[in-house]
Structure formats: structure tokens, C-alpha cells
Design a protein around this ligand. Structure first.
Ligand SMILES: Nc1ncnc2c1ncn2[C@@H]1O[C@H](COP(=O)(O)OP(=O)(O)OP(=O)(O)O)[C@@H](O)[C@H]1O
Length: 254
């Protein structure tokens, strides 16, 4: 089957420093892959190349077989690739439910109008509510978005990504900056999405126990290069990975 995402020789240099260096990988549909590596390995830069925030010096990004290397971020979102935690279209003064409903509405191509059919509106609202249940946020449906706790905002962003019919989710350290108490809830949300097996997930995460628990495969970046790619078991056994830096990752894990 055609991979949903493929990179070939993906490279970006900032001045003399090559932050991502000839990275070639394939991600099958409905797969859960984590990108790991020590600080400065190039993980976020790699995501920036996938989502279109950065343009590569060399190489290609294919999404469902189409070359998207030169598409801007909104065009990639429309194709079904979504990056969490950088969503700019959360309306802080609207309710949680309204935010998710608007995302569902934009995916459905229904323009906001006084004349919009009430039945369509109701259907979108039900869809939004179901997504809030899926991320364990339905109890906050009527809360104003700006009043949510940090972890709840992250759940809202995931619900909005799902509402946008995002086929490939790029999750960049979803637990960064959230309190220890909120981590299990975010983990449960991500596991719930994974278990439904209708999306492909690419995750950057420093919490190794979370990565090992969730991932079908791991890609290890080191100094911008792809050091190893394999199942969590293979990566844990990989002597190159161990000797190169795995101890360092555990040191980082919080
Ligand atoms: N816009 C930029 N200009 C110059 N150098 C950059 C730029 N963005 C990233 N870099 C450099 O590229 C390298 C990779 O950075 P990147 O943030 O991708 O690493 P990372 O693996 O995500 O690290 P962390 O785990 O700390 O988030 C670093 O040396 C960084 O300083």
C-alpha cells in the first residue's frame, strides 16, 4: 500500500549547519510513529519541513503520493495533514463546543450564514460534541476557550484537528509544559485516537515510556541524520542507538 507520508533525502541547512540531513523515511497509513533523538537532533525542524513552515534545501516530501514539497502550510492542512499546538484559529472568546463546531464546519465546507440550514448546523454540533467526548472534554463544552487549563487547551486542539478531518496528525511534544497530573489524560486521548485506527500519527516526545508504549515504530534522529528506524523493541536493542545517545534521552525524560 502507498505510504501516507514519504520523505526522500530531506535536508535543510541554516548557514553552515545542516539541521536535517538527507532523511528518507516512509510512514504507512494508520501507523503510529515517534521521532526521537536528543536535544538539537533536528526533530522539530523535521516537523517544520513536513508541515511547510520551512522549505528544504534539498529533498522531497510526498503526501499520499503527491509531491507537496513546495506547498504552503494551509494547502497541506487542506490535503489532510495537521500539526497540533500551533493552531492559530482557536477563537479564545468562543466556547469549546463552538470552536470544534467551526472546525467541523470548515472541513464540511459549510459557510457561516444566517440562512445555513438548521439541520446541518445541528449535525455539525453533534459531531463536535462527539469529538469532545473522544478527547474527554465534553464536560467543558460550554466553557470559554481562553479559560481552559493548559492540558485542556491541548485536548481542544486535538479535537479541532480531528474535526478538520486530519488524516495525518503531527503531534509535537503534546505533554510539554503541562502539569504531571494532566499527562495521563493527554496520553489517554492519544491512545484513544490510535486505538480507533483511522488516523496516522507522528509524534515527537521526550517521555520514553510514553513513546515505547504507543508507537508502532520509532525513527531516531541524531545530529540531523536518521540513525535508526524500527520497532520499539528493535530500537531498544540497537547498540548504535544505545551507545550514541539513548542514555541521554533517559536523562531528559521527565
Ligand atoms: N531557524 C533556525 N536557524 C538556525 N538554526 C536552527 C534553526 N532552527 C533550528 N536550528 C538548529 O537546528 C538544530 C536542530 O534543532 P531542532 O529544534 O530541530 O532540534 P530538536 O531535535 O527538535 O531539539 P529539542 O528536542 O531540543 O526540541 C539545532 O542545532 C538548532 O539550533
Amino acid at each position: 500500500m502507498q505510504p501516507i507520508l514519504e520523505t526522500s533525502d530531506l535536508t535543510i541547512a541554516f548557514g553552515g549547519h545542516t539541521a536535517v540531513n538527507e532523511v528518507s523515511l516512509q510512514v504507512p497509513k494508520q501507523h503510529f510513529k515517534s521521532i526521537i533523538g536528543p536535544n538539537g537532533a533536528g526533530k522539530t525542524t523535521f516537523f517544520n519541513l513536513l508541515s511547510g513552515q520551512l522549505k528544504p534545501t534539498k529533498g522531497q516530501v510526498l503526501f499520499n503520493g503527491a509531491d507537496i514539497t513546495h506547498l504552503p502550510p494551509p494547502a497541506r492542512t487542506r490535503l489532510g495533514m495537521g500539526r497540533s499546538f500551533q493552531i492559530t484559529n482557536v477563537f479564545p472568546s468562543l466556547t469549546v463546543l463552538e470552536n470544534v463546531r467551526l472546525a467541523a464546519q470548515s472541513a464540511a465546507g459549510v459557510r457561516f450564514s444566517m440562512f445555513a440550514r438548521a439541520s446541518k448546523y445541528k449535525q455539525l454540533e453533534e459531531e463536535a460534541f462527539e469529538l469532545l467526548e473522544r478527547v474527554f472534554l465534553s464536560n467543558k463544552a460550554d466553557a470559554i476557550a481562553k479559560n481552559l487549563a493548559h492540558g485542556e487547551k491541548r485536548k481542544l486542539e486535538i479535537a479541532m484537528l480531528l474535526a478538520l478531518k486530519t488524516e495525518l496528525l503531527l503531534l509535537d511534544e503534546p505533554t510539554a509544559g503541562i502539569s504531571i497530573e494532566e499527562v495521563p489524560a493527554i496520553l489517554e486521548v492519544i491512545r484513544g485516537i490510535k486505538d480507533k485506527r483511522d488516523r496516522t500519527i507522528l509524534l515527537i516526545e521526550h517521555k520514553m515510556e510514553m513513546v515505547l508504549d504507543l508507537s508502532d515504530s520509532l525513527t531516531v534522529l541524531f545530529n540531523g541524520r536518521l540513525l535508526a528506524d524500527g520497532t520499539p523493541h528493535e530500537i531498544m536493542q540497537n547498540e548504535l542507538v544505545q551507545s550514541a545517545y539513548l542514555g541521554g534521552i533517559y536523562d531528559d525524560a521527565s
